[in-house]
Design a protein around this ligand. Sequence first.
Ligand code: NAP
Length: 246
Amino acid sequence: MLKGKTALVTGASRGIGRAIALELAGRGMHVAVVYAGNEQAARQTQQEIEAMGAKAQCFACDVSDSAAAAALVKQVQETLGPVYALVNNAGITCDKLALQMRDADFDRVLDVNLKGAFYLIRQCYSGFIRQRGGRIVNISSVAALMGNAGQANYSAAKAGLIGLTKSVARELAGRGVTCNAVAPGMIETDMTRAMPEKAQSALLAQIPLGCAGTPRQVAALVGFLCADEAAYITGAVIPVDGGLCM
Ligand code: NAP
C-alpha cells in the first residue's frame, strides 16, 4: 500500500515530473515536489495535489549539488516522513555536435542527469535499509539505448543512469527495495517543444505508433513500479516510446 507513504520526485514542477507527482498523490502518497528554480510551477503542482486531498510540499534544490541533495533529503524526512519512493526525474539537455561540445556543456548535463540521481540515492540508502522496503525509479531515455546525434552528453548521462540503476538494484534487492529505469521516447513537454521543428518531425517519422507520448503515459508506469504489485521487478529498463527503440 502506498497510502500515507512519502515520495520524493525531482523535477516535479513541470512535464513528466509533475505528472508523476500527481500519479503518486492519486495513489495516496505524500509528495515532495522538488524543483530547480521555477517556484510558481512547483506551487501549481502542489496545489493540484492538495486539490486531490493529498499532502505535498515544495522544495527548491539543485540536484547536482551534493550538499544540497543531502539537506533536501533531511528536510523531506523531517516534514513528510521517511522517503519510500525516490523518483529521479530532473533532467536537462544541452545539445551540440560532439565536436563543438565544451567541457562545461558535457559536465553540466552529467552533473544534473546522472550525479544528481546518485546523490539522492546515496542520501536515501540507509533509510531504505531501515524500512526494509522502498522504490527507486530513475528516468532515463531512449537516447541511452539508441544514441542521438547532438546529444553525446545527454546519451552518456542517461546510459550511465542505467548502469547506476542495475548496480543499486543488486545492492538493495535483499532489503526489498527495487530500483528500475524508465526510458521515455518523445514525450510532449517543454523539453521536446524546445527542439527545432525539423528535428521533431524527423523523430516523429521514426515512431511506429506515429505520435508523441504524454507525461501521463510515463507517469502511469512509474506509479505501477512504485506499487506493491511491482515488487518482483528490479533492475529493469522499460521504454515508453511508441515502439521507437524496439
Ligand atoms: P522539462 O519539462 O524540461 O522539466 C525539467 C524538470 O527538471 C523541471 O521540473 C526542472 O525544474 C527540473 N530540473 C532541471 N534542472 C534541475 C536541477 N539542476 N535540479 C533539480 N531540478 C531540475 O523536462 P521533461 O521533458 O519533463 O523531462 C523529465 C525527465 O524525462 C528528464 O530527465 C528528461 O531527460 C527525461 N526524458 C524526457 C523526454 C521527453 O521527450 N520529454 C524523453 C526522454 C527522457 P524547474 O521547473 O524549476 O526548472
